[in-house]
Design a protein around this ligand. Structure first.
Ligand code: FMN
Length: 191
């Protein structure tokens, strides 16, 4: 497990090789085993693969076009360009949302549902790594687009936690170097 944790990098993927369904299913299954306070399991996944990525592209583009009057010309142009290409940066893109306060029994504070969903995402990234699949967790303004939120049926308190890009590792792309963390600076042991 520690080796898998250490080896996971946000990295590039083979673009023209779809993910096998069994691999994708394992990744989603792993997400659903994350710890969750009051067992709310607040996550929701929308998986875009193959031609499905056009649907995500259309969503992005329409949402950015709606912002035209609110953005300066250069930002609008940049966003539109990014919106058109973003979903094609990997064979699979998974939108991960956190639905807050939906339990009919007891709900934790919103941050705990978000923390649980982040744990679910880490389960996905590590399972991907164990299957030879590169992953990339991305957020930014894509997670704030109101029309995209609406398309997922999100309410004001819900959050898009990010888009997880997945694809088999590209053997020609070296893993990015990550400096060894200074663990001792991050911990205090009390005995
Ligand atoms: C909550 C979260 C949001 C992130 N959003 C982005 C993003 O929008 N764009 C990006 O390039 N990387 C994003 N990343 C990935 C980080 O840049 C990456 O994890 C970091 O550089 C460490 O590299 P590693 O994942 O290879 O260890 C995000 C990571 C997290 C945890």
């Amino acid at each position: 497990m520690l080796e898998t944790i250490k080896n996971r990098r946000s990295n590039a993927y083979v673009l023209d090789k779809p993910l096998a369904s069994k691999d994708l299913e394992q990744i989603i299954e792993a997400a659903c085993w994350a710890p969750t306070h009051h067992k709310t399991q607040p996550w929701k996944f929308v998986v875009y693969e193959a031609e499905g990525r056009k649907k995500l592209t259309d969503l992005y583009v329409a949402a950015v076009e709606k912002q035209k009057d609110r953005l300066d010309a250069q930002t609008y142009k940049q966003r539109l360009e990014k919106a058109r290409g973003a979903a094609y940066r990997a064979p699979v893109v998974i939108a991960v949302s956190c639905l807050v306060g939906r339990s009919e029994l007891k709900n934790p504070p919103a941050w705990e549902d978000e923390a649980a969903t982040a744990a679910a995402i880490q389960n996905m990234l590590l399972t991907a790594e164990s299957l030879g699949i590169a992953s990339y967790w991305r957020t930014g303004w894509f997670t704030e687009l109101e029309d995209v939120r609406k398309a997922y049926g999100l309410e004001a308190s819900d959050r898009i936690m990010g888009y997880i890009y997945l694809g088999y590792k590209d053997p020609d792309k070296p893993e990015p170097i990550r400096p060894t963390p200074k663990v001792s600076e991050k911990v205090e042991y009390v005995k």
